[in-house]
Design a binder for this molecule. Sequence first.
Ligand code: FAD
Length: 626
Amino acid sequence: MERHEYDVVVIGAGGAGLRAAIEARQQGKRTAIVCKSLFGKAHTVMAEGGAAAAMGNVNPSDNWMVHFRDTMRGGKFLNNWRMAELHAKEAPDRVWELEAWGALFDRTKDGKISQRNFGGHEYPRLAHVGDRTGLELIRTLQQRVVALQQEDEKLHGDPEAYIKVFAECTITRLLKDGDAISGAFGYWRETGDFIVFDAPAVVLATGGIGKSYVVTSNSWEYTGDGHALALLAGAKLINMEFIQFHPTGMVWPPSVRGILVTESVRGDGGVLRNSEGRRFMFDYIPDVFKDKYATTEEEADRWYNDQANNRRPPELLPRDEVARAINAEVKAGRGSPQGGVFLDVSTRLPAAEIIRRLPSMHHQFKELADVDITKEPMQVGPTCHYIMGGVEVDADTGAASVPGLFAAGEVSGGMHGSNRLGGNSLSDLLVFGRRAGAGAAAYVDGLARRPAVTGIDEAKAEALAPLERTGGENPYEVHHELQRTMNDLVGIIRKSEEISEALQVIEKLKERAKNTASSGSRIYNPGWHLAIDLRNMLLVSECVAKAALLREESRGGHTRDDYPGMSAEWRRKLLVCSANPDGTSITVEEKIQPSMRGDLISLFERSELEKYLTEEELAEYDAAVK
Ligand code: FAD
């Protein structure tokens, strides 16, 4: 079997994985980057709107404290505050670093990196490249990897001496020596041949879980692999009940349902209307945001040119609020013909400006739906977009509870609390990708001996099982039923009976998945790949459903019809998922979050905190501000 030895193996080549790998290599570690898609094809490349960083280029009042406050508000104060603090403080440096590595951001008139408005951000904060920011981010990080390889060629006569990419290679198991990580096992997608990495440190950067839902902005790689690999290795997941349904996915034609319509459309002036032509978002401003959002169309429109003297348009409320509002309008019979609502930029900006600012959106609608967004509105509706939940990590180092395991990016949990603000993911990848790479390098430095790889035979047998069964179930059918179940029963609005029903279905699907068979050989066999991925999607869906059932309140990306309010008691609690030793079932336990540090909590007004915190926490606040 093909075998490689590295210091650090990074699983995933999106923004988080590449930034982690660059850091580990810069710290002198022999680093492998493994990705199941082609190198360069990750979700990061699809990111449109931008990376949030309080550089203050467009509005000098912006700074890390305002960004920190916005992030905590967006996450409804459930965020890991240390992560939110590090993120807000370090994001500007990470964006400037990208620029130094060759990223070409859009500019302000005076030549600084331009920043755009986005939902939940008080000031224009998203560094962007038109609506193709993720592409530039990935291009720059890949270019940096190549630059490091060129350095290695000069130093060691081999460009891959210290950093090597293994593309179209899927990891199916993490390997351990006792409690500690010792490597990873996987297969080449093209040949089906197996591959083993011996490495004392593994960084998970595998992204999200969207493919457990039917309507999603995510593509085929998002099968929750990293989440499941972590669980099976003994790590814990937090916040799994919080899933972001982006308010604006395409709803028509059916073949492209769920594909994202960037929030920049609203940030740049686009408005949402129902079938009666009403700008309905004014009817959905929740109490906690009442003083921050315009209450008339006139004020909202003035804001685009004068942000100091007007409040923001309600179309720019955090995503969970907008998604719920669209859902309510459609349910009330005021939706668009194809079951969404209208998003109109055509009457708001000149055609040339729309094409300049939103080239991908113009192209996407023209090509996929035959709609010219400079002339007519788009039809949009909520789509499963992002999971706030993920591997529980140490904020400073990205370390999971299993020695040698690290996680960064969408696969990690805590940073975004119950709801992520748009633009905060790209900056999260850079800030915590770098920290996880450094954390892994420091961990390797501290080891007295390299751990030994065990468990290869078991991993191989598990991977081969679907090919060795005859007459078993079709994996596509099991997958489709899981997607429908999660969409219909653990979707944007949830209730106890429906979540319980979903859990019963998941139990049955787990049994059926054990019996799936794929015909054909190991050579490029997508049915076999899906049969392997099903284990991950089922484990992750069980976490989502079990945590969603336990959390009896509504907050951010978790809305319970039967518990519509936010509860201060629940805000303090994290739901922590772990797998039982044989990996067949999930247990969820409550854990109390530590109180926010005094200097951070005093950045907020007491009147705002009263909406979120318990009396006990408010007493801590009073002590901190004295
Ligand atoms: P990814 O970029 O998805 O990378 C995951 C990597 O893991 C891939 O290389 C994949 O092949 C690999 N992988 C997965 N499983 C395995 C396995 N088992 N073995 C080996 N490799 C594996 N966020 C913003 O901040 N701003 C935006 O404007 C924005 N726009 C978005 C637009 C769209 C359409 C989407 C879908 C998301 C958007 N987001 C945006 C969210 C953001 O893009 C993602 O959250 C982020 O890119 C995730 O990065 P990542 O590095 O964690 O994972």
